[in-house]
Each structure stands twice: as structure tokens, then as C-alpha cells.
Design a protein around this ligand. Structure first.
Ligand code: SDX
Length: 427
């Protein structure tokens, strides 16, 4: 922490506020003394608010930089894998060979869910949105682990993290199988994490597992690219829920609910719906015009970001992965990919998007790969939630393992002043 000070002069008073510096990134001004002087800060959408201190992930939105534990996302995507990145997020360092094998095996030994879980699915309509099911069944996990919900116990926190990372693919695949009326598939311990997920998604009891290694590798990269992203809306939701002392399964369920929105994790599903609605490159200009029209609520899904005012580094990796996966599958002429690339090119040359610094984000190309893998559009945000679980649980654990207080923001009140109640017959 630095010994810098900020001075605020207001109503003839001068307040001196502490300024703290991190390892990299903007300094922060500690504003808590304002309350004692009769003021609140006002920052709708938390555009300029640092809600916590964290060591997990760093983003430089202007430079298009994303670091997990100091490692650039481009290097992790190229040289690491999803479970190794999960370890990095949870423990703050890359595992050595023994640590990695132990962690991978721990996750492998927790991929099954209690058989009673399958009963929860039967309460949903078959056409329920998969995210509605995931909100329910992930929260319901807390009903099975009464023996390890003491959040003050670091071993309970660690086993909960392992269980969530291990069981999200199983629950996600069960959700998909339920919506298509196929039997649930059990995880297979001889398969890797991403192979197992594709086996549980697309396998069936009538034939042996047959997972395409190209698709498993692409799936693993997609999980990795979604693993964490600093204090985004769903992670902040997990932290706020966790600050009340709620159990980790309930907190992750809250994160899943927040992620569902089309402005956040729901954007990958919305991008595919948008590309399919555009249908042909000849209609792109019409949609770009709508996105620029203040009177039209339509936005170009997959573009723009609260923090990135440059290319989202994940989008660059995702675009390259889309090219590779589609070429390996012989789908390089996929019409949606062609529309997406043309749309990106037009948007990046259009002065509206240039002036507002609206670049493709992580959601713009991910849906194209997911579609090529065979994941239905309605499952896209479930895939995002699965990928983001280690980030959510790492932030939850970082908060709970340190000193924290319940999150309780204040407000600028503009409602009526105090007035007496008016009986019904006098209104
Ligand atoms: C994710 O926070 C994270 O880190 C999130 C995430 C993660 O990994 O957790 O990165 C994942 O959520 C990525 C974002 C996915 N969402 C979308 O692709 C939906 C489309 N994008 C927008 O809804 C928007 O860009 C947001 C929600 C992403 C960001 O919203 P902000 O920061 O509140 O910005 P804004 O809405 O105030 O937009 C600034 C201006 C506005 O115009 P003006 O009012 O200044 O005239 O840019 C315009 C907006 O109208 N604008 C767009 C636009 N995005 C912003 N105009 C057209 N199309 C768009 N996509």
C-alpha cells in the first residue's frame, strides 16, 4: 500500500483520503471516511469502483491484456490446459507434475453426483431453458454436503471447490440430456476432463464412447478462455452472496443466474441468434445501422465491453481456434463464420464502433466453435458457466479466506420526503 493521499474539498471542508497502489494498474482512493462526513460516492454500474483487493486476475482494458496469476491468457491458451488453469486460479501458481496429477485425480474422483440429483431434473419441463435448470441443480448440491459447509474451514472450502469444478460438466451434460429425452451418461474415469464432458453430452448407453480429440481440445480451450475475468458481474454476484456467509454452492448458483443475462454470459447465445437472423452478408449493413440507432434497442451482440476498449485478447484466440476447428472439420466455408468475419470487418471500420471503442469480445466467436462441436445454442451460456466456475470459486475462496465484511452498498435517494399515511377513504 502507498502513502499517497487524495484531497477532496467540499462544502468548505477538506478531506484527506488514503490512496493505495497495487502491483500494476490504477491506484485506488479509499473513500470509506466519506460516510462519517455525511457523503456517499455515486457510481452506478460500478464503472470506477474497486470493490475488493485481489491477486487472481488482472485486466488492462486499453492494452487488451488479460493475466491469470501474471500469465498472459494467450500463453495459457497455447501452452496450458483447463484443469492446470483451474489450479493456477485456486492456488496462485502453476502446479508441478506431482501437484498437477494429484489435482487432476482429485477432480476425476468427484465427477459423479449423488443419484438423488437426477430426481431434481424430473421437476422441469423438457423444454426448460438449460440455464434455468442449472441455477436449480447447482444450488441443490448444497443439500448433499452438510458435512463440509463450514466456510471457515479451509478443507471444506477446498473440497467444495473441487466438487464444483468436477461436477459442473456432469450437471451440464445431464441438463442437455434431460432436454432431449436421452438417458444421463456417467463420467468415465479413463477420459480427460473435456473428453469426459463431450462423452456425457453426446455419448449414449448403446455404443462405446467415441470422442473426437480435435473437438475435445477445442472444448478445453473454450473452458480455459472463460475461466476467470476479474470482477465481472457474475463474479461480483458470487462475492456479494459469499459476503453474507452463504455456502459456496448457493453462491455459484447466484453467479449462474447473473451470467444468464444477454449483456453478460447470455451474449454467446445471442450472437448465434443474431448471425442466424442476419442470415446473409447482404443484410449486415441493415443490422449495423440498427445497432447505431439510438431509438432501436438492438445491439451488435458480441461487441463492446465495460473494460476492454481494445480487442478482447480472448476473442483473438477464439477467432484463431474457430478457423482451426472449422478447417479440421471441413467447415471452413461455414456461412455463419463468413458472416461473422464480414460483420467484424465492417464494425471495425465503422466510425460509430471505432469512436465508442466497440471491439469483438469473448462471446463473438465462441458460439461458432460451440456450434461446430455440436453444442446447441441454448447450451452456450451453460458452457460459459462451466468454464467460469473456477474463477467464481477462486474469488469466493480469496474473499472468505481473508478479512471481509458483508457487502452493503448505499444509494442516492430521490423518493418522497417523510409524509403521513392517508386512510383509504381519504385518497
Ligand atoms: C461478457 O465484465 C466482463 O468481464 C464480462 C465478460 C466476462 O468474461 O465475464 O467479459 C463477459 O459479458 C462480455 C460482454 C458480452 N455482452 C455483449 O456482447 C452484449 C453487447 N454489448 C453491450 O451490451 C455492452 O457493450 C456491454 C454490456 C458489454 C458493456 O456495456 P457498458 O460498459 O455499460 O457500455 P454502454 O452500454 O454504456 O455502451 C457505451 C456506448 C453506448 O452508447 P452511448 O449511450 O454512449 O451513446 O456504446 C454503445 C452504447 O449504446 N454500445 C453499443 C454496443 N455496446 C455498447 N452499441 C451497439 N452495439 C453494441 N454491442
Amino acid at each position: 500500500m502507498s502513502d499517497k493521499k487524495a484531497t477532496l474539498s467540499i462544502d468548505g471542508k477538506t478531506l484527506e483520503l488514503n490512496v493505495h497502489s497495487g502491483t500494476i494498474g490504477p491506484d485506488v482512493i479509499e473513500v470509506s471516511p466519506l460516510t462519517g462526513n455525511g457523503y456517499f460516492t455515486y457510481d452506478p454500474g460500478f464503472v470506477s469502483t474497486a470493490a475488493c483487493e485481489s491477486k487472481i486476475t488482472y485486466i488492462d482494458g486499453n492494452a487488451g491484456v488479460l493475466l491469470h496469476g501474471g500469465y498472459p491468457i494467450e500463453q495459457l491458451a497455447e501452452q496450458s490446459d483447463y484443469l492446470e488453469t483451474c489450479y493456477l486460479l485456486l492456488y496462485g501458481k502453476l502446479p508441478n507434475q506431482t501437484e498437477k496429477e494429484t489435482f487432476v485425480n482429485k477432480v476425476r474422483m468427484h465427477t459423479m453426483v449423488n443419484d438423488q440429483m437426477s430426481t431434481f431434473f424430473k421437476g422441469f419441463r423438457r423444454d426448460a431453458h438449460p440455464m434455468a435448470i442449472m441455477c436449480g441443480v447447482v444450488g441443490a448440491l448444497s443439500a448433499f454436503y452438510h458435512d463440509s459447509l463450514d466456510i471457515a474451514d479451509e478443507h471444506h472450502r477446498e473440497i467444495s471447490a473441487i466438487r464444483l469444478i468436477a461436477k459442473m460438466p456432469t450437471l451440464a451434460a445431464m441438463t442437455y440430456k434431460y432436454t432431449i429425452g436421452q438417458p444421463f451418461m456417467y463420467p468415465q474415469n479413463h477420459l480427460s476432463y473435456s473428453e469426459n464432458f463431450l462423452h456425457m453430452m453426446f455419448g449414449n448407453p448403446c455404443e462405446p464412447s467415441n470422442v473426437n480429440p480435435v473437438l475435445a481440445k477445442a472444448m478445453d480451450k473454450i473452458f480455459l478462455l472463460h475461466a476467470d475475468h476479474e470482477q465481472n458481474a457474475s463474479t461480483s454476484t458470487v462475492r456479494l452472496a459469499g459476503s453474507t456467509g452463504a455456502n459456496p454452492f448457493a453462491c455459484i448458483s447466484a453467479g449462474i443466474a447473473a451470467l444468464w443475462g444477454p449483456s453478460h454470459g447470455g451474449a454467446n447465445e445471442a450472437v448465434l441468434d443474431m448471425l442466424e437472423e442476419i442470415g446473409d452478408a447482404s443484410r449486415i449493413d441493415e443490422f449495423v445501422a440498427r445497432a447505431k440507432d439510438k431509438n432501436d434497442p438492438f445491439r451488435l451482440m458480441g461487441f463492446g465491453h465495460r473494460v476492454y476498449k481494445n480487442f478482447d485478447p480472448r476473442a483473438k484466440v477464439m477467432k484463431q481456434a474457430a478457423d482451426e476447428v472449422l478447417a479440421e472439420l471441413g467447415l471452413e466455408n461455414d456461412p455463419l463464420l463468413k458472416i461473422a468475419k464480414r460483420l467484424e470487418q465492417i464494425a471495425l471500420e465503422d466510425e460509430y464502433f471505432v469512436e465508442k471503442k466497440l471491439y469483438p469480445n469473448v462471446d463473438f466467436y465462441s458460439g461458432i466453435i460451440l456450434k461446430a462441436i455440436g453444442i446447441p445454442t441454448s447450451m452456450f451460456t451453460v458452457i460459459f458457466a462451466l468454464g467460469r466456475t473456477p474463477g467464481w470459486i477462486a474469488h469466493w475462496n480469496e474473499m472468505i479466506s481473508g478479512a471481509y465484511r458483508i457487502g452493503r452498498p448505499r444509494q442516492l435517494y430521490t423518493g418522497p420526503e417523510k409524509r403521513d399515511f392517508v386512510p383509504l377513504d381519504k385518497r
